[in-house]
Design a protein. Structure first.
Length: 639
């Protein structure tokens, strides 16, 4: 069995009808010819937060071109120029057969053109010649987009040919989004120019929004103002008035793109470019009767299905959002996701996480302070804590991000969507959704993925909070110099042991230790050396404590040991062991001074009328009596 052809599709905003239509053609070809499609699809430019776009576009860095036989690039859907240029350069470097749409800027790449110019010319000529428009406003897409440029130039050309002046105040440059149509009409109105006879728009989204805004301002379409669009979308066909627009063979373009790649791979002679024809559709928004009126019954069925599917997805989204809020662990999130994706008719799904998604919180503050979050690219090793493959549910502990998939499909005809998983600019991982129309057809796919991403980020923050609490607790109870309990930590731990001994009747041992000659060491060798001596003494004390003992730096050069469940002879054993370890540490460090300490110990049953501090005081007094008998001058060694 031969290996299936693998094609990467690079696109942005697959929730838009243009992208949907081209992808439908690509999917049809893939199913017919057993070609595997991997579609990398961020949603960029829809949220006014630049860091969000960084997180979305990062999915492109996952693409390993060595794993593909060809590339389809919808560069005209990517609004970020730098992202677009970077992708083009990577595709060129890969030497793979590559197809673009309506783009003459890269002669190395196969270009599928849809004749934007002729169709836009026909629309503008129709508005002028048939409907007598003289004052014509224009709402354009971004001129960095080749299609927007072609349509704008066609508009200018027809206006000039008819001797009509284009006032720059009557032209608005947007981003092909609906909100641009609304803003354009507001700006036209605020300009105080006379009302236009017609508004020609570079796509249907902007045209429909323009009609809505005109209505809000009290104008009727087409009686007061003619409005035209471009793309012949579902909404344009079924709006009232139905929109005069341009029908483009987008699904045919997608199908043809796949065929071009297979032809190049097989060595067939191919032209560098192919051209498909667009067709003007004259409908009610310019005052004509549409030739494309659909059967009312089929339209109602179509609308009902869309609304019904949307209501279903909203219900799932609401329940999923509610359940995710209660999650405290990643495992909880995984359980919820696996339950809900089946409700969305998604049978093939993978949640892939970067290996460092929670690294800064696992490793505590020291790591956290120097940790740089994953922003560009993905970690070399990924995990897939949730993989659904039909009726099988499993996880993949690790796989290489260069493989992209946690496991490979052995058959052809599979269509997978790679969607970014991130919080603002920080990359957490990505989703893979395979062999389902959900990413294309559901209006809520993006919302559901965002909810899951935010829930995983909340787990990150919870881990961070717990880590900080742990670190703060360590600072509260630990002595940073000696790395044993401080006074507060000792009292907290000792109170628990004291209460237990009172309940069980176990005896308790307290040893109070005071370092000898610390001032002499500080005065003769400096405080850094004094700190070193304190640390070595603390290590000696800690080495004398087994599982039934705790120790602490009680303050300054004072230390304390507490033991529970002790017996007669344990004091002598502890103090002998302490002196032995002191002798050993002095021989090892070989300093011009001797680390020495005085120790006093007491053992007692814990009765109801006994206080912990009374035992500590007694041990301190015993230690002090021993200390008085020592001559401090002997702590400095003589050469």
């Amino acid at each position: 069995m031969s290996k299936p052809i693998e094609i990467a599709v690079i696109v942005a905003g697959i929730d838009e009808e243009y992208q949907n239509s081209i992808l439908e053609g690509i999917i049809a070809f893939a199913k017919e010819h057993d070609v595997n499609i991997s579609c990398f699809a961020p949603i960029g430019g829809v949220i006014s937060i630049s860091k969000y776009d960084i997180g979305e576009y990062n999915i492109y860095s996952l693409i390993n071109f060595d794993r593909f036989d060809g590339v389809i690039l919808m560069t005209n859907t990517i609004s970020d120029p730098s992202e677009k240029e970077n992708l083009i350069n990577r595709v060129k470097a890969s030497k793979l057969p590559a197809v673009v749409f309506d783009c003459n800027d890269y002669p190395e790449l196969y270009n599928i053109r849809i004749d934007n110019t002729s169709a836009m010319r026909a629309i503008v000529e129709h508005v002028i010649e048939v409907h007598g428009a003289k004052l014509v406003n224009y709402i354009s897409g971004p001129l960095t987009n080749p299609e927007a440029e072609d349509r704008y130039q066609a508009f200018l050309s027809v206006m000039a040919e008819h001797g009509l002046t284009v006032d720059t105040r009557r032209v608005f440059f947007g981003e092909f989004r609906a909100e641009d149509g609304k803003r354009a009409v507001k700006e036209f109105n605020d300009s105080k120019l006379s009302k236009p006879d017609a508004i020609v728009c570079a796509n249907d989204n902007m045209a429909l929004a323009a009609v809505e805004e005109l209505r809000a301002q009290g104008y009727s379409v087409p009686e007061d103002v003619i409005v035209t669009g471009f793309d012949n979308t579902f909404n344009a066909r079924h709006y009232s008035p139905s929109l005069t627009t341009v029908d483009r063979p987008l699904d045919a373009a997608g199908y043809h793109a796949c065929q071009a790649i297979l032809d190049i791979i097989s060595g067939k002679n191919t032209d560098e470019e192919s051209s498909l024809q667009a067709t003007p559709v004259f409908a009610e928004s310019c005052g004509c009767k549409s030739e494309y009126d659909e059967d009312v019954s089929s339209y109602k069925q179509n609308v009902f299905k869309r609304l019904n599917d949307c209501h279903h997805d909203i219900a799932v989204l609401n329940r999923l959002t509610t359940d995710l809020v209660d999650n405290d662990t990643l495992e909880d999130i995984i359980d919820d996701i696996s339950n809900y994706v089946h409700e969305l008719h998604i049978d093939h799904f993978a949640l892939c996480l970067c290996s460092n998604w929670d690294e800064s919180f696992r490793d505590g503050w020291k790591q956290h302070s120097s940790h740089k979050p994953q922003v560009r690219g993905y970690t070399e090793i990924m995990s897939a804590p949730l993989v659904l493959n039909g009726d099988k549910k499993f996880s993949v502990e690790s796989f290489r991000s260069s493989d992209m998939y946690p496991f490979r499909y052995n058959t052809g005809g599979n269509v997978s969507y790679f969607l970014p998983l991130h919080f603002r600019e920080v990359c957490l991982g990505y989703y893979i959704i395979t062999n389902t129309p959900f990413p294309l057809k559901s209006m809520l796919c993006h919302s559901i993925m965002l909810n899951i991403s935010h829930s995983i980020e909340n787990i990150r923050k919870l881990l961070n909070l717990n880590s900080m609490i742990h670190e703060l607790d360590k600072l509260y109870v630990n002595d940073p110099l000696c790395n044993i309990y401080n006074r507060s930590g000792f009292i907290r731990a000792a109170d628990t042991i004291f209460t237990r001994c009172k309940r069980t009747g176990d005896k308790m041992l307290i040893s109070f230790i005071d370092m000898d000659g610390l001032k002499l060491i500080n005065d003769n060798f400096g405080h850094k050396e004094g700190d070193f001596a304190l640390q070595r003494l603390a290590s000696v004390i800690a080495s004398c404590c087994d599982k039934n003992y705790i120790c602490a730096r009680f303050g300054g050069d004072e230390f304390i040991i507490l033991g529970s469940g002790v017996h007669e002879g344990d004091i002598e054993h502890l103090e002998t062991n302490f002196k032995k370890h002191l002798e050993n540490i002095n021989s090892v460090i070989n300093k011009p001074y001797e680390i020495s300490a005085s120790i006093g110990s007491i053992m007692s049953e814990v009765t109801d009328d006994l206080l912990l501090f009374s035992l500590i005081t007694q041990a301190d007094e015993i230690m002090y009596e021993k200390k008085k008998k020592k001559a401090t001058s002997r702590y400095l060694r003589r050469e």
